[in-house]
Design a protein around this ligand. Structure first.
Ligand code: SF4
Ligand code: SF4
Length: 436
């Protein structure tokens, strides 16, 4: 995208202000520069040459979560996400940010997108963080293990960084691998290709296993090519456009020879990115057509299962459950009813509403590492709302939210389980097979 195209997108904004109260950072700060409308104006004035790029503008854009709640609220159809991603790339290229900070961010993205490297780096980081527990006062014992090593946090956030929380991650940090092909159980109703992802393979292989099992029980032949890697979501959302586009091409190349009805994704951030590949690679004559084709075939797993239906008998899942809308599912893909319908159909499950369910939890890719203060405020608010429901399980559809909300609940001493929607379906289907 060029500056001219991005400016055109900002011109759709009629400054009505309907987006203001949908924006988590505006709600917490009541500052126009921390609102979608204010940010659009700032970006437009820099891109048109009316204003210089300065530290205040960079801060306003850095504090934006990229949650796209403003797009859902906007009656004029302003594509805020495309504008902010373009502008973030512009910030990187301008050199206004300290080179070290940009390099560390880029390095962090690369590590997270490579499952083997991510698992190793995360394990090392956890061991380093555990050292912080030594000497921690008795009333704060255990807190140190959830902090990011201060030097890295300081560079990433531009602050002292000693209060940067790490998401809650499993002790066993190995890279999970699914079989390349898993046959449908019962009559075959569809052939799907499933994304294992990069972060998902390290943090939530259990969710990948559950997804494959549920798809098989729903009558799907499941293909899972081992060379299908990262989709580029982290890079693209952070404005590292060339790196993200390269990841997109690699993923499309790995799917080229396969024939399937749908590309099923269980991570909202990845799904929303892949659905936008037509835009990402629009100016690439070699890849534009294939990018648009894979985007059109991409479905979130909850949306796909809701459309297909789950014919296998369901057992009981006796629990009060509430549902958190991941931003890139609700705002990025417009999927809100399907997961709720799937949950409400499970015998024994009582679904209760969550206040501000579609407000960002503060995870937002690596936001919890780069903007620790705002991320923590949003997490506290999310945890308050979850605990107020009385639920024993909170369900969602994105790994970043799962790890971040699990951290918040754990630090408050809560036993509320954090589960992906497909994990609940999987447990209910297994109970059904046992006849319970
Ligand atoms: S709702 Fe849309 S048109 Fe209205 S101020 Fe916000 S971005 Fe602009
Ligand atoms: S993407 Fe989210 S945080 Fe950023 S302006 Fe829009 S609503 Fe606000």
């Amino acid at each position: 995208m060029t500056d001219r195209q991005a400016i055109e997108l900002t011109r759709r904004c009629v400054r009505c202000g309907f987006c203001l109260d949908a924006c988590p950072t505006y709600r917490l700060t009541r500052s126009e520069t921390q609102s979608p409308r204010g940010r659009l104006r700032l970006m437009a004035s820099v891109m048109s040459g009316e204003a210089d790029l300065n530290a205040d503008t960079v801060e306003a854009i850095d504090i934006c979560l990229g949650c796209r709640a403003c797009e859902t609220a906007c009656p004029s159809g302003v594509q805020y996400g495309h504008v902010v991603e373009h502008f973030r790339a512009r910030i990187h290229e301008s050199g206004i940010r300290a080179r070290l900070q940009t390099d560390v961010k880029r390095g962090l993205m690369s590590a997270m997108e490579n499952p083997g490297l991510f698992a190793t780096a995360l394990a090392a980081s956890k061991r380093f963080s555990a050292l912080l527990r030594i000497g921690t006062p008795a009333d704060g014992s255990g807190v140190g293990s959830s902090l990011m090593p201060a030097p890295v946090a300081s560079i990433l956030s531009g602050t002292r960084g000693d209060a940067t929380l790490m998401p809650d991650t499993p002790d066993d940090l190995t890279v999970g691998t699914l079989p390349a092909h898993a046959p449908a159980i019962g009559p075959r109703r569809a052939t799907v290709c499933m994304l294992q992802g990069c972060v998902m393979r390290v943090l939530y292989h259990r969710t990948n296993v559950a997804t494959m099992r549920v798809l098989q029980r729903a009558g799907c032949d499941v293909l899972c090519p081992s060379d299908a890697g990262c989709c580029g979501a982290l890079d693209l959302h952070a404005g590292f456009m060339a790196e993200g586009a390269a990841r997109a091409r690699e993923l499309i190349r790995s799917l080229n020879a396969l024939s399937f009805d749908a590309f099923v994704v269980n991570s909202a951030g990845c799904g929303s990115t892949i659905r936008d590949y037509g835009h990402t690679l629009a100016d690439d004559p070699t890849w534009a057509k294939a990018a648009a084709a894979i985007a059109a075939k991409t479905r979130d797993v909850s949306e796909f299962l809701d459309e297909l239906g789950i014919p296998a008998p369901m057992g009981r899942f006796d629990a009060v459950v509430t549902y958190h809308d991941a931003c890139h599912l609700a705002h990025g893909q417009g999927v809100t009813d399907a997961p709720r319908r799937l949950l409400a159909a499970v015998p024994g499950l009582k679904l209760v509403p969550l206040r501000e369910s579609d407000t960002c939890c503060g995870s937002a890719g690596t936001y919890n590492l780069t903007q620790p203060e705002m991320a923590r405020r949003l997490l506290e608010r999310k945890v308050d709302n979850i605990m107020a429901t009385g639920a024993s399980v909170v369900a969602m559809g994105n790994p970043g939210c799962m790890a971040w909300i699990a951290r918040g609940l754990k630090d408050r001493g809560s036993n509320i389980r954090v589960m992906h929607v497909v994990e609940i379906l999987d447990e209910a289907l297994q109970a059904g097979e046992r006849g319970s």
